[in-house]
Write a protein that binds this ligand. Sequence first.
Ligand SMILES: NC(=O)c1ccc[n+]([C@@H]2O[C@H](COP(=O)([O-])OP(=O)(O)OC[C@H]3O[C@@H](n4cnc5c(N)ncnc54)[C@H](OP(=O)(O)O)[C@@H]3O)[C@@H](O)[C@H]2O)c1
Length: 243
Amino acid sequence: MNKNVIVTGANRGIGKAVVEAFIHNGDNVWACCRKKTEDIQKWADSISTEQNWVKIVDFDLCDETAIVNGFKAIVKEHLPIDVLVNVAGIGHLGLFQMTSFTEIRKIYEVNLFATMKMCQLAIRPMSRQKSGLIINISSTAAHEVYVGNSIYGASKAAVSAFTSSLAAELAPLGIRVNAVAPGLTDTDMSAVFEGDNPQLPLERSALGRKLTPSEIADVVVELTSDKLRMINGHVVCVNGGAK
Ligand SMILES: NC(=O)c1ccc[n+]([C@@H]2O[C@H](COP(=O)([O-])OP(=O)(O)OC[C@H]3O[C@@H](n4cnc5c(N)ncnc54)[C@H](OP(=O)(O)O)[C@@H]3O)[C@@H](O)[C@H]2O)c1
């Protein structure tokens, strides 16, 4: 049966690939992005089919009221919300002492607090349905130690820890929560992690290359398969192997 899925960060990178993979899987998607543009609407129209729709919902994840209003627009449709995938994020590579608190707050606002807010909003309809699946996008950076990773890595470690304990809390309600932790993936964000030395992050990878956004998206969609219904509270690392 086709599922109704909410995806944040849907306009580019991993989020865009996730939307396309769900449509390919026969599902419907509310594609959440910061601002609806003509190009994003054209893309949504081009991948929608007679059976499967993509609807753009736009709101800024740094603005709690905007998130609530965006979610209200989804709930107003009175359709089951089967899956929430929190993809949107802000990458960062930089010295802790050189990073302003304004910048640190913005990173945590999107990577952690917006993820939490989206979960709180989704849990209400999902608990009424007594079913639902939340997938948060963490990162292998959550457990990597290198100079420049203290802020981003900690934000993603928080996402992973949040995921595991939230799964324990929501299991009795019939809601599962998992995370996917990608390694270096070929998107606009990968340039942030490469900094002045594109080879450096690859030295931590057994794969020796960046992953493609669709290699991450395939795992996300696979986690929604009924065959994986017993996977709960896990952080699935998708990096082709570490070195
Ligand atoms: N690429 C990697 O190597 C890698 C590795 C591990 C984990 N990840 C994680 O994977 C996820 C997707 O990353 P990506 O590589 O696809 O990055 P990306 O290409 O930079 O895309 C980031 C997405 O997040 C959205 N976003 C950021 N701030 C927002 C805000 N305030 N309101 C609404 N949307 C906002 C962006 O929207 P705009 O276009 O409007 O800015 C964009 O859609 C992130 O959580 C990232 O931390 C990435």
